[in-house]
Design a protein around this ligand. Sequence first.
Ligand SMILES: Nc1nc2c(ncn2[C@@H]2O[C@H](COP(=O)(O)OP(=O)(O)O)[C@@H](O)[C@H]2O)c(=O)[nH]1
Ligand SMILES: [Mg+2]
Length: 324
Amino acid sequence: VPADRPGNDPVDLVGRARAGDARAVARLITLVENDSPLLREIAVLLLPHIGRAQIVAVTGPPGVGKSTSTAMLVTALRQEDLRVGVLAVDPSSPFSGGALLGDRVRMQEHATDQGVFIRSMATRGHLGGLAAAAPQALRVLDAAGCDVVLIETVGVGQSEVEVMQQADTTVVLLAPGMGDGIQAAKAGILEVADVYVVNKADRDGADQVVRDLRYMQSLRPAAGGAGSWTAPIVKTVAVRGEGVGDIVAALRTHREWLEASGELTLRRVRRAAAEVEALALESIRRRFGDIANSTELARLASEVADRALDPFAASDRLLSALQT
Ligand SMILES: Nc1nc2c(ncn2[C@@H]2O[C@H](COP(=O)(O)OP(=O)(O)O)[C@@H](O)[C@H]2O)c(=O)[nH]1
Ligand SMILES: [Mg+2]
């Protein structure tokens, strides 16, 4: 995206985003996706306007009801007059700018609401991946005045874990009859839950899932004292909006605990470290990308192949070439 393209002036865009202009918010997130050179300037402009939003990851296996629950949460949070952002992240998709069709239908009732920003984001083209792209998009939504930003992953596996690392509060959804408790345990999702939601409580087996979770928690009791948090277990029927109030209450309680315990600061520092690391690795990779095609590497490779040089020394020389 050319920097001089009309409508891409960072000061103008950030100003409009702060005023709640959805088009400016969308434009800024597109610049994030495209890894625009304008992002450095935008990051500086956003700095005084961020840090307020509660970032909530909504995660769980495919089909468990993440999108339905997200839509239901948006409704509930809007009823409390809170401004809400929704970021659907699909790390594998080259497409962006719109939600998946089914989710778009579900989100339709919110599409014209000025207090809701809904955006899906692809990160495949982004060198630093989700770790580098998501925090920037979250800052845009934060600066736009969102009280809560819900992040939902569309993909599975590693991306779930990466998304959870971006959140202040992680909501893990489970449902009866999916055998997904075991899957989630394997993926390491269960340990990081701040709130458990057992969705599809209209189906048989929901209480058993709750019991399984309680049992699991009893095996791994919280440390105790002011620093401890035991994830509440909420039952919902997302398709009917049942139990949503309990999720909203759990989010609020968790937010208060995060602040009181100092955990909010800890999590944000950890997140910042991951982001800076991802950005640093990205620039190293960029520079290395040039070296990879360089005559220097070609020359060193010939020497190693000719057994005139060992690969360790060649690597050292390549790295010093990288410094210059
Ligand atoms: N019976 C029942 N079905 C639900 C409930 N919540 C969601 N579903 C259905 O489960 C399917 C998957 O939901 P979706 O929100 O797309 O799941 P996601 O893949 O996790 O985003 C859809 O057909 C929903 O209508 C629920 O509480 N009860
Ligand atoms: Mg979904």
